[in-house]
Design a protein. Structure first.
Length: 368
């Protein structure tokens, strides 16, 4: 392994393994002349419904767009209920609680939809901490995020009425959709598209109707506004090829996670993907006080590592106008100072996984 580089993502390896199937699926779409809203879109949405045990799946351009459409619908429903119960001059914005560690797209979706934001602290695994009043305050929405692929603890959320799930990283192991769940098929996710892709998963027929119309500029009657947010037939056909392998890939990710956990158990690091957690293994993230030094050492040694995420949402300029947010000493802010992501894709060979472990252990031996 000396002198080689282990990339953080293995997309070129995946394509090499599936090249003939991917090209064949692409050729069938292009020869059909039906490039949008066709057979492959319907097949993929049906697969998603079966996989997630949901009544409805609507594919859209990206996971971000999925969350934006869900949040728009939830705000429209909120405003309708408020208009029924209150004088228009007393209408208040809907409020949404968002965990302080997640990708900024989650925050952007709700800001763009017109919500008041409350950033909520996380536990040491990056999962949102639920206060007692969260379960009884039915005027507020909650956007729950399965950070790095961890399935959130459902027992803490059993009383929530307005839960939206950002399932971009954990949807493959999600046991509850809330009112709706947003999925991402970004190329870095477990089930990747070749470009962009996302989906809305729900059991609510009204949301399904809204999303189906909204993604096509308000079709079919144009009674309300919308946008152009669809996956192409090429994307759906190619991702259907990948669905045949997703269980095998997930098994391999889990195998790598358990190997990492066993190898790192005596080191001065904490793994956020614990044995007892239900996990999609979208990322393998460790916490260490020596993040900067380990980051440099591993990259110099030929192991590409990344930081997800270097700052909590509350530390970003976009959060300056948010009134409720964790302070600089909160668990979430402190956690972001030491997070480091290691490679965990299915195409890694056993020798490469062993090499990653060897380098991590060597670093901590040398640093003592």
């Amino acid at each position: 392994m000396t002198g080689s580089t282990i990339a953080h993502f293995g997309l070129e390896r995946q394509y090499k393994n599936l090249q003939s199937e991917i090209l064949d699926a692409t050729d069938k779409v292009l020869r059909s002349g039906k490039l949008m809203d066709g057979e492959y879109t319907r097949q993929f949405e049906s697969w998603l419904e079966n996989r997630t045990r949901a009544k409805f799946a609507v594919t859209v351009h990206s996971g971000t767009q999925a969350l934006e459409i869900i949040s728009k619908w939830a705000k429209i429903e909120h405003d309708r209920l408020m208009n029924d119960e209150m004088d228009p001059i007393h209408i208040i914005k809907p409020i949404v609680k968002i965990p302080n560690i997640t990708y900024v797209a989650t925050l952007n979706a709700f800001i763009n939809a017109g919500y008041e934001i409350e950033l909520v602290d996380t536990d040491k695994n990056g999962l949102m901490v639920f206060e007692e009043n969260t379960l009884t305050d039915f005027t507020k929405h909650t956007c729950n995020v399965g950070l790095y692929g961890a399935n959130p603890n459902r027992s803490k959320m059993s009383g929530l009425m307005h839960e939206i799930v950002d399932g971009a990283q954990h949807w493959l192991v999600a046991d509850d959709l809330g009112e709706a769940m947003a999925i991402s098929f970004d190329p870095t996710k477990n089930l990747p598209a070749s470009g962009n892709g996302g989906a809305i998963i729900t059991n609510d027929h009204n949301l399904y109707d809204f999303a189906y119309s909204y993604r096509s500029n308000g079709k079919k009657d144009h009674e309300s506004c919308g946008t152009n947010s669809r996956m192409s037939e090429q994307e759906c056909a190619q991702i259907l090829v990948r669905t045949k392998y997703i269980d095998k890939w997930q098994w391999r990710r889990k195998e790598i996670r358990h190997y990492y956990l066993d190898e790192f158990k005596n080191l001065d690091i904490r793994c956020l993907s614990r044995d007892h957690m239900v996990h999609a293994d979208q990322k393998f993230v460790i916490y260490t006080d020596k993040r900067s030094e380990l980051f440099t050492y591993l990259n110099d040694s030929g192991v590409e590592v990344k930081i997800h995420y270097g700052k909590a949402l509350s530390e970003l300029p976009i959060a300056n106008t948010i009134n409720v947010k964790p302070d600089m000493l909160s668990t979430s802010v402190m956690l972001t100072k030491g997070l480091l992501s290691l490679p965990i894709y299915p195409e890694l060979s056993d020798s490469e996984v062993e090499f990653v472990c060897e380098k991590v252990k060597t670093f901590f031996t040398l640093s003592h």
